[in-house]
Design a protein. Structure first.
Ligand code: WT7
Length: 606
Protein backbone atom coordinates (compact mmCIF):
# COMPACT_ATOMS: atom_id res chain seq x y z
CA UNK A 1 0.00 0.00 0.00
CA UNK A 2 1.38 3.37 -0.98
CA UNK A 3 2.44 5.42 2.00
CA UNK A 4 2.33 2.45 4.38
CA UNK A 5 5.41 1.73 6.44
CA UNK A 6 6.98 -1.41 7.81
CA UNK A 7 10.16 -2.80 9.27
CA UNK A 8 11.35 -6.29 8.43
CA UNK A 9 13.15 -6.82 11.74
CA UNK A 10 9.95 -5.85 13.57
CA UNK A 11 8.04 -8.43 11.54
CA UNK A 12 10.60 -11.15 12.22
CA UNK A 13 11.08 -10.51 15.92
CA UNK A 14 8.80 -8.04 17.75
CA UNK A 15 5.69 -9.39 16.06
CA UNK A 16 6.59 -13.01 16.86
CA UNK A 17 7.46 -12.18 20.45
CA UNK A 18 4.65 -9.78 21.29
CA UNK A 19 1.71 -10.76 19.10
CA UNK A 20 2.35 -14.43 18.38
CA UNK A 21 3.70 -15.11 21.88
CA UNK A 22 6.69 -17.00 20.53
CA UNK A 23 9.19 -15.28 22.84
CA UNK A 24 10.32 -18.51 24.48
CA UNK A 25 10.48 -20.45 21.25
CA UNK A 26 13.99 -21.31 20.00
CA UNK A 27 14.90 -19.21 16.97
CA UNK A 28 18.24 -20.94 16.41
CA UNK A 29 20.11 -23.94 17.65
CA UNK A 30 23.72 -23.02 16.98
CA UNK A 31 25.96 -26.01 16.32
CA UNK A 32 29.67 -25.21 16.36
CA UNK A 33 32.32 -26.72 14.15
CA UNK A 34 33.51 -28.80 17.08
CA UNK A 35 30.96 -31.37 18.27
CA UNK A 36 29.87 -30.41 21.76
CA UNK A 37 30.23 -26.70 21.10
CA UNK A 38 26.67 -25.46 20.82
CA UNK A 39 24.26 -22.74 21.93
CA UNK A 40 20.67 -21.71 21.44
CA UNK A 41 18.75 -18.49 21.31
CA UNK A 42 15.04 -17.82 21.76
CA UNK A 43 13.01 -15.24 19.87
CA UNK A 44 12.99 -12.85 22.83
CA UNK A 45 16.73 -13.25 23.41
CA UNK A 46 17.34 -12.60 19.73
CA UNK A 47 15.15 -9.50 19.84
CA UNK A 48 17.04 -8.29 22.91
CA UNK A 49 20.45 -8.72 21.26
CA UNK A 50 19.34 -7.24 17.94
CA UNK A 51 17.99 -4.15 19.71
CA UNK A 52 21.24 -3.79 21.65
CA UNK A 53 23.35 -4.09 18.53
CA UNK A 54 21.06 -1.73 16.61
CA UNK A 55 21.76 0.81 19.36
CA UNK A 56 25.48 0.09 19.06
CA UNK A 57 25.30 0.82 15.34
CA UNK A 58 23.36 4.03 15.97
CA UNK A 59 25.92 5.07 18.57
CA UNK A 60 28.60 4.62 15.90
CA UNK A 61 26.71 7.10 13.76
CA UNK A 62 25.09 4.56 11.42
CA UNK A 63 21.90 5.89 9.84
CA UNK A 64 19.18 4.75 7.48
CA UNK A 65 20.59 4.11 4.00
CA UNK A 66 24.22 3.60 5.17
CA UNK A 67 26.00 0.46 3.95
CA UNK A 68 27.52 -1.93 6.46
CA UNK A 69 29.87 -4.68 5.44
CA UNK A 70 29.61 -7.97 7.34
CA UNK A 71 32.39 -10.56 7.04
CA UNK A 72 31.72 -13.28 9.57
CA UNK A 73 31.66 -17.03 10.15
CA UNK A 74 28.36 -18.86 10.73
CA UNK A 75 27.71 -17.65 14.25
CA UNK A 76 24.67 -16.16 15.97
CA UNK A 77 26.24 -12.70 15.97
CA UNK A 78 26.03 -12.72 12.18
CA UNK A 79 22.24 -12.95 12.36
CA UNK A 80 22.17 -10.32 15.10
CA UNK A 81 24.30 -7.97 12.98
CA UNK A 82 22.18 -8.32 9.86
CA UNK A 83 18.88 -7.87 11.66
CA UNK A 84 20.24 -4.88 13.57
CA UNK A 85 21.06 -3.26 10.23
CA UNK A 86 17.55 -4.01 8.98
CA UNK A 87 16.07 -2.58 12.18
CA UNK A 88 17.67 0.80 11.65
CA UNK A 89 17.26 0.83 7.87
CA UNK A 90 20.99 0.42 7.14
CA UNK A 91 21.86 -1.90 4.24
CA UNK A 92 23.90 -4.98 5.05
CA UNK A 93 26.35 -6.21 2.50
CA UNK A 94 27.42 -9.65 3.69
CA UNK A 95 30.59 -11.06 2.22
CA UNK A 96 31.06 -14.84 2.49
CA UNK A 97 33.92 -15.54 4.94
CA UNK A 98 35.58 -17.78 2.34
CA UNK A 99 36.27 -14.77 0.11
CA UNK A 100 39.73 -13.25 -0.09
CA UNK A 101 40.91 -9.83 1.15
CA UNK A 102 40.78 -8.54 -2.43
CA UNK A 103 37.18 -9.65 -2.86
CA UNK A 104 36.18 -8.11 0.46
CA UNK A 105 37.94 -4.84 -0.38
CA UNK A 106 36.28 -4.67 -3.79
CA UNK A 107 32.84 -5.12 -2.22
CA UNK A 108 33.48 -2.57 0.53
CA UNK A 109 34.57 0.00 -2.04
CA UNK A 110 31.81 -0.68 -4.54
CA UNK A 111 29.00 0.27 -2.20
CA UNK A 112 30.97 2.62 0.05
CA UNK A 113 30.56 0.80 3.36
CA UNK A 114 31.12 2.95 6.43
CA UNK A 115 31.70 0.13 8.89
CA UNK A 116 32.89 -3.48 8.91
CA UNK A 117 31.71 -6.19 11.28
CA UNK A 118 33.92 -9.26 11.53
CA UNK A 119 35.21 -11.87 13.99
CA UNK A 120 38.59 -12.87 15.40
CA UNK A 121 38.95 -16.37 13.99
CA UNK A 122 37.13 -19.66 13.51
CA UNK A 123 37.60 -23.27 12.54
CA UNK A 124 36.19 -24.82 9.40
CA UNK A 125 36.76 -28.50 9.94
CA UNK A 126 40.44 -28.83 10.84
CA UNK A 127 41.39 -25.52 9.37
CA UNK A 128 41.92 -22.42 11.48
CA UNK A 129 40.96 -19.23 9.69
CA UNK A 130 42.19 -16.00 11.22
CA UNK A 131 39.45 -13.90 9.72
CA UNK A 132 40.54 -10.66 11.36
CA UNK A 133 43.86 -10.89 9.58
CA UNK A 134 42.16 -11.17 6.17
CA UNK A 135 39.78 -8.35 7.11
CA UNK A 136 42.76 -6.16 8.07
CA UNK A 137 44.43 -6.84 4.75
CA UNK A 138 41.23 -5.83 3.00
CA UNK A 139 40.93 -2.67 5.09
CA UNK A 140 44.52 -1.71 4.28
CA UNK A 141 43.79 -2.11 0.57
CA UNK A 142 40.62 -0.03 1.00
CA UNK A 143 42.56 2.68 2.78
CA UNK A 144 45.16 2.76 -0.01
CA UNK A 145 42.29 3.42 -2.38
CA UNK A 146 40.97 6.30 -0.31
CA UNK A 147 38.01 4.52 1.27
CA UNK A 148 36.53 6.39 4.25
CA UNK A 149 35.65 3.26 6.28
CA UNK A 150 36.58 4.13 9.84
CA UNK A 151 35.39 1.44 12.24
CA UNK A 152 35.71 -2.30 12.54
CA UNK A 153 33.62 -4.17 15.13
CA UNK A 154 35.11 -7.54 16.04
CA UNK A 155 33.29 -10.48 17.63
CA UNK A 156 35.45 -12.49 19.97
CA UNK A 157 34.36 -15.89 18.78
CA UNK A 158 37.29 -18.28 18.84
CA UNK A 159 38.57 -16.87 22.10
CA UNK A 160 35.17 -16.62 23.77
CA UNK A 161 34.91 -15.80 27.45
CA UNK A 162 35.30 -19.45 28.41
CA UNK A 163 39.02 -18.82 28.18
CA UNK A 164 40.05 -17.43 31.55
CA UNK A 165 42.46 -14.55 31.94
CA UNK A 166 45.25 -16.88 33.03
CA UNK A 167 44.79 -18.80 29.78
CA UNK A 168 43.09 -21.81 31.34
CA UNK A 169 40.10 -23.06 29.47
CA UNK A 170 36.80 -23.75 31.11
CA UNK A 171 35.24 -25.38 28.08
CA UNK A 172 34.32 -29.03 27.96
CA UNK A 173 37.22 -31.27 26.92
CA UNK A 174 36.47 -31.44 23.16
CA UNK A 175 36.79 -27.68 22.96
CA UNK A 176 40.10 -27.30 24.71
CA UNK A 177 42.14 -27.27 21.56
CA UNK A 178 40.34 -24.11 20.54
CA UNK A 179 42.13 -22.30 23.33
CA UNK A 180 45.53 -22.41 21.73
CA UNK A 181 47.30 -19.12 21.50
CA UNK A 182 46.09 -17.35 18.39
CA UNK A 183 47.42 -13.88 17.72
CA UNK A 184 44.67 -11.55 16.54
CA UNK A 185 46.03 -8.38 14.89
CA UNK A 186 44.58 -5.27 16.46
CA UNK A 187 44.45 -1.67 15.30
CA UNK A 188 43.35 0.48 18.25
CA UNK A 189 42.50 3.42 16.01
CA UNK A 190 39.84 1.43 14.24
CA UNK A 191 39.01 -1.81 15.99
CA UNK A 192 36.54 -2.28 18.79
CA UNK A 193 35.28 -5.45 20.45
CA UNK A 194 31.65 -6.38 19.93
CA UNK A 195 31.18 -7.52 23.55
CA UNK A 196 32.54 -4.28 24.93
CA UNK A 197 30.09 -2.21 22.93
CA UNK A 198 27.21 -4.56 23.76
CA UNK A 199 27.85 -4.57 27.50
CA UNK A 200 26.51 -1.06 27.91
CA UNK A 201 23.93 -1.03 25.10
CA UNK A 202 20.24 -0.64 25.87
CA UNK A 203 17.79 -3.22 24.57
CA UNK A 204 15.14 -0.62 23.85
CA UNK A 205 15.31 0.29 20.22
CA UNK A 206 12.55 1.79 18.13
CA UNK A 207 12.71 0.38 14.60
CA UNK A 208 13.19 2.73 11.67
CA UNK A 209 9.86 2.70 9.84
CA UNK A 210 10.50 2.05 6.15
CA UNK A 211 8.63 2.30 2.90
CA UNK A 212 8.16 -1.11 1.30
CA UNK A 213 10.46 0.00 -1.53
CA UNK A 214 13.25 1.16 0.79
CA UNK A 215 16.55 -0.66 0.36
CA UNK A 216 17.11 -3.71 2.57
CA UNK A 217 20.43 -5.24 1.55
CA UNK A 218 23.07 -5.62 -1.12
CA UNK A 219 24.51 -9.01 -1.96
CA UNK A 220 27.26 -9.39 -4.52
CA UNK A 221 27.08 -12.04 -7.19
CA UNK A 222 29.49 -12.76 -10.01
CA UNK A 223 28.97 -10.76 -13.17
CA UNK A 224 29.97 -11.86 -16.64
CA UNK A 225 32.20 -8.80 -17.01
CA UNK A 226 34.28 -10.06 -14.11
CA UNK A 227 33.29 -7.35 -11.65
CA UNK A 228 30.83 -8.56 -9.01
CA UNK A 229 27.35 -7.07 -9.20
CA UNK A 230 25.70 -5.58 -6.12
CA UNK A 231 22.21 -7.08 -6.24
CA UNK A 232 19.85 -4.84 -4.31
CA UNK A 233 16.72 -6.11 -2.56
CA UNK A 234 14.09 -3.96 -0.93
CA UNK A 235 12.05 -4.38 2.23
CA UNK A 236 8.44 -5.19 1.34
CA UNK A 237 8.59 -7.44 -1.69
CA UNK A 238 11.57 -9.43 -0.47
CA UNK A 239 9.95 -9.99 2.94
CA UNK A 240 6.73 -11.22 1.39
CA UNK A 241 8.47 -13.48 -1.09
CA UNK A 242 10.97 -15.03 1.37
CA UNK A 243 8.25 -15.60 3.98
CA UNK A 244 5.69 -17.10 1.58
CA UNK A 245 8.04 -19.32 -0.37
CA UNK A 246 9.57 -20.65 2.86
CA UNK A 247 6.11 -21.47 4.18
CA UNK A 248 4.83 -23.33 1.12
CA UNK A 249 7.97 -24.86 -0.34
CA UNK A 250 8.98 -26.47 2.96
CA UNK A 251 5.37 -26.99 4.04
CA UNK A 252 6.30 -25.20 7.25
CA UNK A 253 4.59 -26.39 10.43
CA UNK A 254 5.07 -24.72 13.84
CA UNK A 255 6.71 -27.80 15.38
CA UNK A 256 9.32 -28.08 12.63
CA UNK A 257 13.05 -27.95 13.22
CA UNK A 258 14.43 -26.65 9.98
CA UNK A 259 18.03 -26.81 8.81
CA UNK A 260 19.46 -25.02 5.81
CA UNK A 261 23.15 -25.82 5.41
CA UNK A 262 23.95 -22.82 3.21
CA UNK A 263 26.24 -20.09 4.45
CA UNK A 264 24.54 -16.79 5.28
CA UNK A 265 27.06 -15.20 2.92
CA UNK A 266 24.99 -16.49 0.00
CA UNK A 267 21.42 -15.60 -0.92
CA UNK A 268 20.16 -18.99 0.30
CA UNK A 269 21.38 -18.11 3.77
CA UNK A 270 19.69 -14.69 3.56
CA UNK A 271 16.27 -15.89 2.38
CA UNK A 272 16.07 -19.40 3.84
CA UNK A 273 18.17 -19.32 6.97
CA UNK A 274 17.34 -15.87 8.19
CA UNK A 275 14.47 -13.88 6.70
CA UNK A 276 12.07 -16.65 5.56
CA UNK A 277 12.25 -18.90 8.63
CA UNK A 278 12.20 -16.04 11.16
CA UNK A 279 9.24 -14.39 9.43
CA UNK A 280 7.34 -17.64 10.03
CA UNK A 281 8.45 -17.98 13.66
CA UNK A 282 10.41 -21.13 12.80
CA UNK A 283 13.12 -22.92 14.77
CA UNK A 284 16.29 -23.43 12.71
CA UNK A 285 19.72 -24.97 13.04
CA UNK A 286 22.69 -22.72 12.30
CA UNK A 287 25.80 -24.83 11.65
CA UNK A 288 29.29 -23.41 11.71
CA UNK A 289 31.17 -26.43 10.36
CA UNK A 290 31.48 -28.64 7.31
CA UNK A 291 29.75 -31.93 6.39
CA UNK A 292 32.96 -33.95 6.72
CA UNK A 293 34.17 -32.91 10.15
CA UNK A 294 34.90 -34.70 12.43
CA UNK A 295 33.54 -37.43 10.20
CA UNK A 296 31.35 -37.96 7.16
CA UNK A 297 28.28 -38.66 9.34
CA UNK A 298 28.21 -35.16 10.87
CA UNK A 299 25.13 -33.96 8.97
CA UNK A 300 23.07 -36.92 10.09
CA UNK A 301 24.25 -36.71 13.66
CA UNK A 302 23.08 -33.08 13.70
CA UNK A 303 19.76 -34.12 12.14
CA UNK A 304 19.30 -36.63 14.97
CA UNK A 305 20.56 -34.31 17.69
CA UNK A 306 18.00 -31.61 16.91
CA UNK A 307 15.33 -33.88 15.35
CA UNK A 308 15.46 -31.90 12.13
CA UNK A 309 12.27 -32.20 10.09
CA UNK A 310 13.04 -30.09 7.01
CA UNK A 311 16.54 -30.19 5.53
CA UNK A 312 17.88 -27.99 2.73
CA UNK A 313 21.28 -28.51 1.12
CA UNK A 314 23.19 -28.38 -2.18
CA UNK A 315 23.84 -31.09 -4.79
CA UNK A 316 27.60 -30.74 -4.28
CA UNK A 317 27.19 -31.79 -0.63
CA UNK A 318 24.95 -34.68 -1.63
CA UNK A 319 27.49 -35.94 -4.17
CA UNK A 320 30.29 -35.65 -1.64
CA UNK A 321 28.37 -37.75 0.89
CA UNK A 322 27.17 -40.18 -1.76
CA UNK A 323 30.78 -41.02 -2.59
CA UNK A 324 31.29 -42.35 0.93
CA UNK A 325 28.51 -44.90 0.62
CA UNK A 326 25.33 -45.52 2.58
CA UNK A 327 26.84 -46.75 5.82
CA UNK A 328 27.57 -43.34 7.42
CA UNK A 329 23.99 -42.28 6.65
CA UNK A 330 22.31 -45.49 7.79
CA UNK A 331 24.20 -45.37 11.09
CA UNK A 332 21.95 -42.47 12.09
CA UNK A 333 18.21 -42.66 12.56
CA UNK A 334 17.01 -39.63 10.50
CA UNK A 335 13.44 -40.59 11.31
CA UNK A 336 12.53 -36.98 12.09
CA UNK A 337 13.08 -35.93 8.45
CA UNK A 338 10.01 -34.98 6.43
CA UNK A 339 11.08 -32.79 3.49
CA UNK A 340 14.46 -32.62 1.72
CA UNK A 341 15.49 -29.60 -0.32
CA UNK A 342 18.14 -29.02 -2.98
CA UNK A 343 19.49 -25.73 -4.30
CA UNK A 344 22.35 -24.10 -6.15
CA UNK A 345 22.86 -26.08 -9.33
CA UNK A 346 21.16 -28.77 -11.38
CA UNK A 347 20.94 -31.98 -9.35
CA UNK A 348 21.85 -35.00 -11.44
CA UNK A 349 19.26 -37.80 -11.28
CA UNK A 350 21.77 -40.18 -9.65
CA UNK A 351 22.34 -37.79 -6.74
CA UNK A 352 18.60 -37.03 -6.57
CA UNK A 353 17.77 -40.74 -6.27
CA UNK A 354 20.43 -41.30 -3.61
CA UNK A 355 19.10 -38.34 -1.62
CA UNK A 356 15.57 -39.70 -1.98
CA UNK A 357 16.26 -43.38 -1.32
CA UNK A 358 19.14 -43.34 1.13
CA UNK A 359 18.73 -40.10 3.07
CA UNK A 360 14.95 -39.82 2.93
CA UNK A 361 14.17 -43.55 2.78
CA UNK A 362 11.61 -42.85 0.06
CA UNK A 363 9.40 -41.18 2.62
CA UNK A 364 10.46 -37.54 2.14
CA UNK A 365 9.52 -35.49 -0.91
CA UNK A 366 12.44 -33.63 -2.50
CA UNK A 367 12.06 -29.98 -3.37
CA UNK A 368 14.58 -29.06 -6.07
CA UNK A 369 14.39 -25.28 -5.93
CA UNK A 370 15.64 -23.22 -8.85
CA UNK A 371 16.26 -19.54 -8.17
CA UNK A 372 19.00 -16.89 -8.11
CA UNK A 373 20.51 -14.16 -5.96
CA UNK A 374 18.55 -11.77 -8.17
CA UNK A 375 15.17 -13.47 -7.71
CA UNK A 376 15.23 -13.23 -3.90
CA UNK A 377 13.38 -16.53 -3.53
CA UNK A 378 12.23 -19.73 -5.20
CA UNK A 379 11.11 -19.51 -8.84
CA UNK A 380 10.70 -23.09 -10.02
CA UNK A 381 10.05 -25.70 -7.37
CA UNK A 382 7.82 -28.59 -6.45
CA UNK A 383 5.50 -28.20 -3.47
CA UNK A 384 6.20 -31.14 -1.16
CA UNK A 385 3.79 -34.06 -1.48
CA UNK A 386 1.61 -32.00 -3.83
CA UNK A 387 3.76 -31.96 -6.98
CA UNK A 388 4.58 -35.34 -8.54
CA UNK A 389 8.38 -35.35 -8.76
CA UNK A 390 10.76 -36.22 -11.56
CA UNK A 391 14.41 -36.70 -10.47
CA UNK A 392 16.45 -33.75 -11.74
CA UNK A 393 13.56 -31.45 -12.61
CA UNK A 394 12.74 -28.29 -10.65
CA UNK A 395 9.20 -29.02 -11.91
CA UNK A 396 6.87 -25.99 -12.01
CA UNK A 397 6.80 -22.24 -11.22
CA UNK A 398 6.06 -21.03 -7.71
CA UNK A 399 2.95 -18.89 -7.14
CA UNK A 400 3.06 -15.65 -9.12
CA UNK A 401 5.97 -16.76 -11.31
CA UNK A 402 5.43 -16.90 -15.06
CA UNK A 403 8.31 -18.60 -16.92
CA UNK A 404 8.80 -18.85 -20.67
CA UNK A 405 11.33 -20.51 -22.94
CA UNK A 406 12.63 -18.39 -25.81
CA UNK A 407 14.63 -19.24 -28.88
CA UNK A 408 17.62 -17.19 -30.04
CA UNK A 409 15.34 -14.77 -31.88
CA UNK A 410 13.31 -14.15 -28.76
CA UNK A 411 10.22 -16.09 -29.77
CA UNK A 412 8.30 -17.90 -27.06
CA UNK A 413 8.35 -21.65 -27.53
CA UNK A 414 5.29 -23.67 -26.63
CA UNK A 415 5.06 -27.29 -25.44
CA UNK A 416 8.17 -29.45 -25.51
CA UNK A 417 11.05 -27.09 -26.11
CA UNK A 418 14.53 -26.03 -25.11
CA UNK A 419 16.00 -22.54 -25.02
CA UNK A 420 16.56 -19.50 -22.80
CA UNK A 421 14.73 -19.45 -19.49
CA UNK A 422 13.08 -16.09 -18.90
CA UNK A 423 10.32 -14.70 -16.70
CA UNK A 424 7.46 -12.77 -18.20
CA UNK A 425 6.15 -10.94 -15.18
CA UNK A 426 7.74 -9.35 -12.14
CA UNK A 427 7.34 -11.12 -8.76
CA UNK A 428 7.58 -9.62 -5.28
CA UNK A 429 11.18 -10.68 -4.55
CA UNK A 430 12.77 -9.50 -7.78
CA UNK A 431 15.92 -7.41 -7.29
CA UNK A 432 15.26 -3.71 -7.84
CA UNK A 433 18.62 -2.65 -9.24
CA UNK A 434 22.35 -3.25 -9.21
CA UNK A 435 23.72 -0.95 -6.56
CA UNK A 436 24.97 2.22 -8.17
CA UNK A 437 24.51 0.93 -11.69
CA UNK A 438 20.92 0.89 -12.86
CA UNK A 439 22.09 0.96 -16.46
CA UNK A 440 23.95 -2.33 -16.04
CA UNK A 441 20.85 -3.76 -14.33
CA UNK A 442 18.79 -2.99 -17.43
CA UNK A 443 21.34 -4.30 -19.91
CA UNK A 444 22.17 -7.47 -18.00
CA UNK A 445 18.66 -8.68 -17.35
CA UNK A 446 16.29 -6.96 -19.77
CA UNK A 447 18.13 -6.02 -22.94
CA UNK A 448 18.65 -9.31 -24.75
CA UNK A 449 14.92 -10.02 -24.85
CA UNK A 450 12.99 -6.79 -24.22
CA UNK A 451 10.02 -7.32 -21.92
CA UNK A 452 11.47 -10.39 -20.24
CA UNK A 453 13.76 -11.01 -17.27
CA UNK A 454 16.64 -13.17 -18.56
CA UNK A 455 18.01 -15.73 -16.10
CA UNK A 456 21.14 -16.69 -18.05
CA UNK A 457 20.14 -20.35 -17.73
CA UNK A 458 19.17 -22.79 -20.40
CA UNK A 459 16.02 -24.80 -19.83
CA UNK A 460 13.99 -27.61 -21.34
CA UNK A 461 10.26 -28.21 -20.97
CA UNK A 462 9.15 -31.82 -21.38
CA UNK A 463 5.87 -33.15 -22.72
CA UNK A 464 4.29 -33.00 -19.26
CA UNK A 465 5.22 -29.33 -18.87
CA UNK A 466 8.07 -29.97 -16.37
CA UNK A 467 10.99 -27.55 -16.45
CA UNK A 468 14.55 -28.92 -16.49
CA UNK A 469 17.41 -26.45 -15.99
CA UNK A 470 20.26 -27.34 -18.34
CA UNK A 471 22.84 -24.94 -16.83
CA UNK A 472 24.24 -21.49 -17.56
CA UNK A 473 24.37 -20.33 -21.13
CA UNK A 474 26.40 -17.19 -20.51
CA UNK A 475 30.05 -16.87 -19.49
CA UNK A 476 29.32 -18.03 -15.97
CA UNK A 477 30.16 -21.26 -14.29
CA UNK A 478 28.81 -22.98 -11.25
CA UNK A 479 31.40 -24.58 -8.95
CA UNK A 480 29.82 -26.45 -6.05
CA UNK A 481 26.76 -24.25 -6.30
CA UNK A 482 28.81 -21.03 -6.36
CA UNK A 483 28.52 -18.85 -9.38
CA UNK A 484 31.78 -17.57 -10.86
CA UNK A 485 32.42 -15.71 -14.05
CA UNK A 486 35.10 -16.84 -16.48
CA UNK A 487 36.14 -13.19 -16.76
CA UNK A 488 36.98 -12.74 -13.07
CA UNK A 489 39.19 -15.84 -13.07
CA UNK A 490 40.83 -14.74 -16.32
CA UNK A 491 41.66 -11.33 -14.93
CA UNK A 492 43.15 -12.92 -11.80
CA UNK A 493 45.37 -15.10 -14.04
CA UNK A 494 46.36 -12.16 -16.20
CA UNK A 495 47.76 -10.33 -13.21
CA UNK A 496 50.62 -12.83 -13.17
CA UNK A 497 53.67 -11.46 -14.97
CA UNK A 498 54.18 -14.67 -16.97
CA UNK A 499 50.74 -14.64 -18.58
CA UNK A 500 49.81 -12.73 -21.70
CA UNK A 501 46.42 -14.26 -22.40
CA UNK A 502 44.01 -16.48 -20.50
CA UNK A 503 40.72 -18.19 -21.25
CA UNK A 504 38.73 -20.11 -18.68
CA UNK A 505 35.98 -22.60 -19.38
CA UNK A 506 33.79 -24.76 -17.26
CA UNK A 507 34.54 -28.47 -17.16
CA UNK A 508 32.41 -31.28 -15.69
CA UNK A 509 33.50 -32.46 -12.23
CA UNK A 510 32.09 -35.47 -10.37
CA UNK A 511 31.71 -33.68 -7.03
CA UNK A 512 31.70 -29.97 -7.72
CA UNK A 513 29.38 -30.23 -10.72
CA UNK A 514 31.64 -27.95 -12.70
CA UNK A 515 35.26 -26.94 -12.24
CA UNK A 516 37.66 -24.53 -13.91
CA UNK A 517 39.80 -25.50 -16.87
CA UNK A 518 42.18 -22.66 -17.76
CA UNK A 519 44.15 -22.05 -20.93
CA UNK A 520 47.09 -19.68 -20.53
CA UNK A 521 49.44 -18.15 -23.06
CA UNK A 522 52.88 -17.32 -21.69
CA UNK A 523 54.86 -14.20 -22.32
CA UNK A 524 58.18 -14.69 -24.05
CA UNK A 525 60.92 -15.91 -21.81
CA UNK A 526 58.65 -17.80 -19.42
CA UNK A 527 58.40 -21.53 -19.04
CA UNK A 528 55.36 -23.63 -18.20
CA UNK A 529 56.39 -25.42 -15.02
CA UNK A 530 54.75 -26.96 -11.98
CA UNK A 531 55.98 -23.94 -10.04
CA UNK A 532 54.12 -21.63 -12.41
CA UNK A 533 50.84 -23.57 -12.22
CA UNK A 534 51.10 -23.55 -8.42
CA UNK A 535 51.69 -19.81 -8.48
CA UNK A 536 48.72 -19.27 -10.78
CA UNK A 537 46.43 -21.30 -8.55
CA UNK A 538 47.61 -19.36 -5.53
CA UNK A 539 47.05 -16.13 -7.37
CA UNK A 540 43.43 -16.99 -8.19
CA UNK A 541 42.81 -18.19 -4.64
CA UNK A 542 44.16 -14.96 -3.23
CA UNK A 543 42.33 -12.73 -5.70
CA UNK A 544 38.93 -14.41 -5.45
CA UNK A 545 38.89 -17.15 -2.83
CA UNK A 546 39.49 -20.90 -2.47
CA UNK A 547 36.28 -21.81 -4.36
CA UNK A 548 37.79 -20.37 -7.54
CA UNK A 549 40.98 -22.49 -7.46
CA UNK A 550 41.54 -23.89 -10.99
CA UNK A 551 41.56 -27.66 -11.37
CA UNK A 552 43.36 -27.64 -14.72
CA UNK A 553 45.79 -25.22 -16.28
CA UNK A 554 46.93 -25.89 -19.83
CA UNK A 555 49.64 -24.01 -21.65
CA UNK A 556 48.30 -22.63 -24.95
CA UNK A 557 50.73 -21.03 -27.40
CA UNK A 558 47.63 -19.49 -28.99
CA UNK A 559 43.88 -19.46 -28.40
CA UNK A 560 41.24 -20.17 -31.03
CA UNK A 561 39.70 -16.86 -32.07
CA UNK A 562 37.17 -15.54 -34.51
CA UNK A 563 38.35 -13.16 -37.19
CA UNK A 564 37.15 -10.30 -35.04
CA UNK A 565 39.45 -11.51 -32.28
CA UNK A 566 36.89 -13.03 -29.91
CA UNK A 567 38.09 -16.14 -28.08
CA UNK A 568 35.83 -19.08 -28.93
CA UNK A 569 35.22 -20.65 -25.56
CA UNK A 570 32.80 -23.13 -27.12
CA UNK A 571 35.79 -24.81 -28.78
CA UNK A 572 37.95 -24.60 -25.68
CA UNK A 573 35.24 -26.40 -23.70
CA UNK A 574 35.36 -29.23 -26.25
CA UNK A 575 39.15 -29.39 -26.12
CA UNK A 576 39.00 -29.60 -22.32
CA UNK A 577 36.57 -32.52 -22.61
CA UNK A 578 38.52 -34.13 -25.46
CA UNK A 579 35.41 -33.98 -27.60
CA UNK A 580 36.55 -33.89 -31.20
CA UNK A 581 33.11 -33.02 -32.56
CA UNK A 582 33.78 -29.31 -33.01
CA UNK A 583 31.01 -28.34 -35.40
CA UNK A 584 31.66 -25.38 -37.64
CA UNK A 585 35.15 -23.93 -37.28
CA UNK A 586 35.16 -21.99 -40.51
CA UNK A 587 34.89 -18.65 -38.76
CA UNK A 588 38.16 -19.17 -36.89
CA UNK A 589 41.14 -17.01 -37.72
CA UNK A 590 43.64 -19.64 -36.56
CA UNK A 591 42.17 -23.18 -36.85
CA UNK A 592 45.71 -24.63 -36.84
CA UNK A 593 46.04 -24.11 -33.10
CA UNK A 594 43.25 -26.59 -32.32
CA UNK A 595 45.21 -29.74 -33.07
CA UNK A 596 48.04 -28.54 -30.90
CA UNK A 597 45.68 -27.84 -28.01
CA UNK A 598 44.10 -31.30 -28.26
CA UNK A 599 47.55 -32.88 -28.12
CA UNK A 600 48.65 -30.94 -25.08
CA UNK A 601 45.49 -31.34 -22.94
CA UNK A 602 45.84 -31.95 -19.24
CA UNK A 603 44.04 -35.16 -18.39
CA UNK A 604 44.76 -35.38 -14.73
CA UNK A 605 44.12 -32.94 -11.96
CA UNK A 606 47.29 -30.95 -11.31
C1 WT7 B 1 22.32 -19.90 -10.47
C2 WT7 B 1 22.09 -18.82 -9.46
C3 WT7 B 1 19.66 -19.77 -5.59
C4 WT7 B 1 20.61 -19.76 -4.55
C5 WT7 B 1 21.96 -20.32 -4.84
C6 WT7 B 1 22.65 -19.86 -6.08
C7 WT7 B 1 21.92 -22.20 -10.61
C8 WT7 B 1 20.39 -22.53 -8.63
C9 WT7 B 1 19.35 -24.37 -9.16
C10 WT7 B 1 18.55 -25.54 -9.31
C11 WT7 B 1 19.52 -25.85 -11.41
C12 WT7 B 1 20.23 -24.02 -10.22
C13 WT7 B 1 21.40 -21.51 -11.85
C14 WT7 B 1 21.15 -20.09 -11.39
N1 WT7 B 1 20.87 -22.88 -9.84
N2 WT7 B 1 19.49 -23.42 -8.21
N3 WT7 B 1 17.71 -25.96 -8.35
N4 WT7 B 1 18.68 -26.24 -10.46
N5 WT7 B 1 20.31 -24.76 -11.34
O1 WT7 B 1 22.43 -18.50 -6.33
O2 WT7 B 1 24.72 -17.75 -6.96
O3 WT7 B 1 22.68 -16.47 -7.70
O4 WT7 B 1 23.24 -18.71 -8.68
O5 WT7 B 1 22.49 -21.15 -9.82
O6 WT7 B 1 22.39 -21.55 -12.83
O7 WT7 B 1 21.15 -19.14 -12.42
P1 WT7 B 1 23.30 -17.77 -7.41
Amino acid sequence: MKGATTNICYNLLDRNVNEKKLGDKIAFYWEGNEPGDSAKITYSELLHKVCQFANVLRSQGVKKGDRISIYMPMILELVVAMLACARIGALHSIVFAGFSADSLCERILDCGCSLLITADAFYRGDKLIILKQIADEALQKCKDKGCPLKKCIVVKHLAREEVAVDGTCSKSPPLKRLCQDVQIPWNPAMDVWWHELMSSASSECEPEWCDSEDELFILYTSGSTGKPKGVLHTVGGYMLFAATSFKYVFDYQPEDVYWCTADIGWITGHSYLTYGPLANGATSVLFEGVPTYPDIGRMWSIVDKYKVTKFYTAPTAIRLLMKQGEEPVRKHSRKSLKVLGSVGEPINPEAWLWYYRVVGEERCPIVDTFWQTETGGHMLTPLPAATPMKPGSATFPFFGVVPAILNESGEELEGEAEGYLVFKQPWPGIMRTLYGNHQQFETTYFKKFPGYYVTGDGCRRDKDGYYWITGRIDDMLNVSGHLLSTAEVESALLEHAAISEAAVVSHPHPLKGECLYCFVTLRDGHEFTKKLTDELKKQVREKIGPIATPDYIQCAPGLPKTRSGKITRRILRKIAKNDQDLGDISTLANPGIIKHLFNSRCDTKQ
